[in-house]
Design a protein around this ligand. Structure first.
Ligand code: PSU
Ligand code: MN
Length: 304
């Protein structure tokens, strides 16, 4: 039987041994969420941002069936450019490993693997959530139910407006996932600063998030995930009018082309990127880099 143990990149292995701050990063945004060739450049920038803020980046993914925490540059560029990289949610990880596949991990899969690797902090762009037609299709991202049972802190800019944001927040509540606004009591809307929905709690510093983590660990009561929702400043968001037009067109196109299931998120993202002539891409990159920096600062504060 092949050795299926999780593989660690050299820098991550060392940081785990020395208990230094580490930030988990997902690979689905690289292989399915961002267009080539910007995706590889952005993936490298995310890692550089984490390092600059004093933590070690651990990008998680699978190359040739090997589940790896801390992909090296060759592995990262392979997942950014290869054809047929699978989009791996939690349920896909073991079967993809057995098949020797290449795969990129979603928020759900990355969270689960990070916790298995002892890494409690994760940065991404936006969470998956409840799709707009979910009452008929049952299309709800496994990100939500995985966060219910996975003790990870995910720094994100909310969920994309391509989803049903209100329903997603209701599900996060039902599932017992803690949601903290970072410097705000409004849930961010990914490309836009404010989704229009209120939050019960906000935090204003990495130290406050570290205190939430410490309290949760000490109590041993809440064993699920915590979302740190970090909005873009208003002057960095996508123009809300452009956003609303693009979304309406994208949803119509989705229906016309009959796109369903796990292809929906990548389809709408790529529609945004082409319809806004790259403007949404620039916004998307800002979101991810800001989240990577905040996650690194939280990791540093939590390690003190
Ligand atoms: N949000 C983004 N970009 C992405 C995704 C979410 O801004 O690429 C990816 C994440 O990996 C997330 C996944 O976990 O889409 C959700 O897909 P689905 O709805 O099929 O669960
Ligand atoms: Mn789905």
């Amino acid at each position: 039987m092949r050795d299926f143990d999780i593989a660690y990149g050299a820098e991550v292995a060392e940081a785990r041994r020395d208990r230094r701050p580490i930030v988990a990063l997902e690979s689905t945004i690289v292989s399915h969420g961002l267009p080539k060739p910007d995706n590889l450049r952005v993936a490298r920038e995310i890692e550089a941002t984490v390092r600059a803020a004093g933590a070690v980046p651990a990008t998680i993914g699978m190359v040739g069936g090997r589940l790896t925490v801390g992909l090296d540059d060759a592995e990262l560029s392979h997942l950014a450019s290869a054809e047929g990289v699978a989009k791996l949610s939690v349920r896909d990880i073991a079967v993809a490993a057995a098949a020797g596949a290449d795969g990129a991990t979603t928020v759900a899969a990355t969270s689960a693997v990070a916790v298995a690797a002892g890494i409690p902090i994760f940065a991404t762009g936006g969470l998956g959530g409840v799709h707009r037609d979910a009452s008929q299709t049952f299309d709800e991202s496994a990100d939500l139910v995985t966060l219910a049972r996975t003790p990870i802190v995910v720094v994100c800019a909310g969920v994309k407006s391509i989803l049903d944001v209100g329903a997603t927040l209701e599900r996060l509540e039902s599932l017992g996932v803690t949601v903290l606004g970072y410097g705000t009591r409004r849930f961010p809307g990914f490309f836009i600063t404010d989704s229009g929905f209120d939050l019960d709690w906000s935090v204003d510093s990495p130290e406050e998030v570290a205190a939430v983590i410490a309290a949760g660990l000490a109590h041993g009561v809440h064993t699920g995930g915590t979302v740190v929702a970090n909005p873009l400043p208003p002057d960095q968001q996508l123009d809300p009018a452009l956003h609303d037009r693009t979304l309406a067109d994208g949803l119509a196109l989705l229906e016309r082309e009959g796109v369903t299931g796990k292809a929906v998120t990548p389809f709408l993202l790529s529609h945004f990127h082409s319809a806004t002539h790259g403007e949404s891409l620039a916004v998307n990159v800002r979101i991810i880099l800001r989240n990577a920096e905040l996650a690194a600062r939280i990791a540093v504060a939590a390690t003190r």
